[in-house]
Design a protein around this ligand. Structure first.
Ligand SMILES: [Fe+2]
Length: 475
């Protein structure tokens, strides 16, 4: 073989090797992205930011790593809106809080079965980290990162609640999603699109409520990674999580509730106040059919607390809908919850009970007398967010100080929509009940004199959203 031919073979060899290296790199990156592990190179997963007991001064963080990582640190400092956009973290400016870590024994799909809804699962352990941050300044934007002291997550932003009450001009907005409940990666791609549409419509959202059923199989750690990892900007928004039946015991392994020395949230139920609006978060998984005696006692104590009684609005967040008219509506656990909870919501003048579990759109009439009597009201149409909003003003002394309770279920924000028929339920005083083919999200605006809900369905193919219904309460 002459020199020229040898040279050609060497060059060809180098070219083939280079192509193989590029191909391998592409495969590794695309596999990492597919597996929802794109957040950081150091494999920090499932970063969940939640409120502490006081949303003005406390924030809780939960995240996962491989088991070798034991350090649990949150670093943070206040930033302006302009600084936040740069997404650069200056460690010299940062305060830090050390948290705790615990091993969580869970599962991953068997290799090669990641795309199967019924994948067999192999045991897998992770290190779960948590940190309670306190002493924050009210009404302030912070940049933060979590890590072990060497490896850090990408910087993201959180905001504390303002130290003021809602008034007629200034209030706040939040996003509501529910029943994402995916099996596999493509289900969470859809969830990522739904979250993206919601956040684009409401970039000023103070937080995002999720009404439960985050995943279909709570023991599959991969789908939790998809839930947290796929939506862009997810780390910038505080989650208000509601425990769903599908989430079960893993709920408290992914969300850190309460405060360091407190007992709030230990059983998945808790409450908080945001600008004088009182939110009570129920856990329908705590109890055998209806709520446990301990939770019911807590619920009544919470709703009769000064913060609740003096609140501008009282909102209950609950996964299993106690008042809806399809699918689960006549399950034994639901009828037990209806019997147990409707008198409580009446007695303590709850304004709106936000529900999940059934995967369709439902809004009740405002009801009194344990959901058996339609409250009196007048209606009007106002324009807000470019939508026509039907608003209801409840007659005073219509049976409770709030004048009636609205039960409202925007519907599922994931791939699973209910479509089966249901028995007639004339005892449920329904104003709107609509089966959906597309996932939904909801935006809520609150001021001192109104609360408006805007529900949108996201076309899963064209990724455009259109209003399902916009309604509200006008005081
Ligand atoms: Fe559910």
């Amino acid at each position: 073989m002459d020199q020229k031919k040898k040279k050609q073979i060497v060059i060809l060899g180098i070219l083939i090797a280079a192509m193989l290296i590029v191909l391998a790199a592409v495969l590794i990156i695309s596999s990492a992205v597919r597996n929802g592990r794109k957040k950081t190179a150091e494999n920090i997963y499932c970063i969940a930011v939640t409120f502490g007991e006081d949303p003005k001064t406390q924030k809780n963080f939960s995240w996962y790593t491989e088991t070798e990582t034991t350090g649990s640190i949150v670093q943070y400092y206040p930033v302006t809106a302009e600084e936040a956009k740069k997404n650069e973290f200056d460690a010299a400016k940062a305060a830090q809080t050390e948290g705790f870590s615990e091993t969580v024994d869970t599962y991953l799909p068997h290799e090669g079965e990641e795309y199967s809804a019924s994948a067999s699962l192999d045991p897998k352990s992770y290190m779960r980290h948590g940190a309670f941050v306190s002493g924050l300044t009210a009404g302030t934007r912070y940049i933060y990162r979590v890590g072990d002291g060497k490896n850090w997550s990408e910087p993201a932003v959180f905001e504390t609640a303002p130290d003021e009450t809602v008034n007629r001009e200034k209030g706040f907005s939040f996003i509501i999603v529910s029943d994402v409940q995916g099996y596999i990666y493509s289900d969470y791609e859809l969830w990522g699109n739904v979250f993206d549409q919601a956040y684009k419509k409401c970039p000023e959202a103070a937080f995002a409520v999720n009404l439960g059923d985050f995943v279909e199989r709570q023991e599959n750690a991969l789908v939790w990674q998809y839930y947290f990892g796929i939506p862009d900007g997810f780390g910038d928004l505080t989650t208000v999580p509601v425990a769903g039946n599908k989430d079960d015991k893993m709920f408290l392994k992914y969300f850190l509730l309460g405060s360091k020395d407190g007992v709030t949230g230990l059983n998945g139920y808790y409450s908080f106040d945001y600008m004088n609006v009182h939110f009570t978060v129920v856990n329908t998984g705590d109890g055998s059919k209806d709520l446990s005696k301990a939770q019911l006692k807590w619920l009544k104590r919470d709703l009769e607390s000064e913060n609740s009684v003096s609140a501008t609005f009282r909102i209950v967040l609950i996964h299993k809908a106690p008042y809806s008219d399809r699918n689960h509506a006549d399950d034994p656990d639901i009828t037990a919850l209806r019997e147990q909870l409707l008198p409580v919501f009446d007695e303590y003048n709850v304004d709106v009970v936000m529900e999940g579990h059934d995967h369709y759109y439902f809004r009740s009439e405002p009801v009194v007398e344990n959901g058996t009597v339609k409250a009196e009201y007048t209606t009007a149409t106002v324009n807000s967010r470019g939508e026509n909003v039907s608003v209801f003003t409840l007659a005073e002394n219509a049976g409770s100080a709030a004048g009636g309770v609205f039960y409202f279920m925007p519907g599922a924000s994931g791939v699973k929509q209910h479509s089966k028929s249901f028995r007639e339920m004339p005892e449920i005083l329904t104003a709107r009940s609509e089966l959906m083919t597309n996932p939904v999200f909801c935006i809520c605006d609150i001021t001192a004199d109104h609360i408006y809900f805007f529900t949108y369905a996201v076309d899963r193919y064209r990724l455009m959203s259109s209003a399902v219904e916009c309604w509200g309460i006008q005081k």
